[in-house]
Design a binder for this molecule. Structure first.
Ligand code: C2E
Ligand code: MG
Ligand code: MG
Ligand code: MG
Length: 283
């Protein structure tokens, strides 16, 4: 009896694992189709200017509208895209798409709107990266000052010196660079000192766990103070409540982003939200 149960248990996990890798395998094979079949979509989330309470820009966040599975989040498929060598193409697609979209919104009257695009280390470090950025700016007509490249604080950056030179060249063109998920890694301050970025995005965990947690609130304050000393601007992510917003406002953060303002939405909804936020000025 117990033996049987044991065996069943074993085969249950075994089957579950097989199912899981089967799913992954299927998804991997559909990546190319996603790219070519217009199943990828860019969602947008507001980045609020804390001083004015108006949208400063939007962050572009990729989604996969899978024909059977519905909308898939990047955490689920970007690792597969990376394994299968598609990460470049996905990143490039988002960059081009987002520049065109935001330029359109600017022409509709949201004139100073900026766009932040996430860039994976292999794309950022690839030989073509700067050419692709230039081409995305040219074909969209977006001015470089309105584009922000988000790099993740990450040990995946292989060639530090070349990356630093690359950031300098981007900045020289007017493109902004931000360090995403700051504080998550362990070499944060070193990287902040090394990378000549314009904006630091404090990892959302510090803000979302700041409720009644003085340590996290103190960390947020410390990072803002250090950034100010380095003449950098600070974005706080993961603003989910009015309390979060009040806290980071009080501490002098420049930009705020999170579910409190909006969940990431598709371009039509974002267009409506922009109009609504500009009219109501509720933040
Ligand atoms: P990220 O760049 O740090 O983006 C912020 C993530 O936090 C987004 O998840 C967003 O939906 C989520 N978020 C926003 N506000 C809140 C909040 O108030 N509370 C909580 N709990 N979460 C919030 P998403 O869209 O699932 O993206 C996850 C990550 O995937 C991104 O983190 C980014 O690292 C990566 N990613 C997304 N799009 C792209 C892309 O086009 N290229 C690359 N390379 N990476 C991307
Ligand atoms: Mg980001
Ligand atoms: Mg982040
Ligand atoms: Mg990230």
């Amino acid at each position: 009896q117990t033996k049987d149960e044991g065996r069943n248990n074993f085969s249950y996990y075994h089957e579950a694992m097989k199912d899981h890798s089967m799913e992954q395998f299927k998804l991997s094979n559909q990546l190319q189709e996603a790219l070519e079949g217009e199943q990828l979509e860019v969602y947008y989330q507001m980045q609020m200017d804390v001083l004015s309470g108006e949208p400063h820009g939007v962050e572009a966040l990729i989604r996969w509208n899978h024909p059977e599975k519905g909308t898939l989040s990047p955490a689920l498929f970007l690792p597969l895209a990376e394994e299968n060598g598609y990460l470049h193409e996905f990143d490039e697609w988002v960059l081009r798409k987002a520049c065109i979209q935001v330029k359109n919104w600017q022409m509709e009257g949201f004139s100073n709107l900026s766009v932040s695009v996430n860039v994976s280390p292999p794309f950022f470090e690839s030989d073509h990266f700067e050419t692709i950025v230039n081409s995305a700016l040219q074909e969209s007509g977006l001015s470089p000052e309105c584009l922000c490249i988000e790099i993740t604080e990450n040990n995946a950056i292989a060639n530090l010196k070349e990356s630093i030179r690359r950031i300098r060249r981007l900045k020289h063109k007017g493109v902004k660079v931000s360090l995403d998920d700051f504080g998550k890694g362990y070499s944060s301050l070193t990287q902040l000192k090394q990378f000549p970025v314009d904006i630091v995005k404090i990892d959302q965990s510090f803000v979302s766990q700041s409720n009644g947690n003085d340590e996290n609130a103190a960390i947020v304050k410390m990072v803002i103070d250090i950034a100010k000393m380095m003449k950098l601007r600070v974005t706080c992510e993961g603003i989910e409540t009015l309390e979060h917003y009040d806290l980071v406002k009080k501490q002098g953060c420049d930009f705020a982003q999170g579910y409190y303002f909006n969940r990431p939405v598709n371009s039509e909804e974002c267009r409506e939200l922009l109009a609504y936020m500009n009219n109501t000025k509720q933040f």
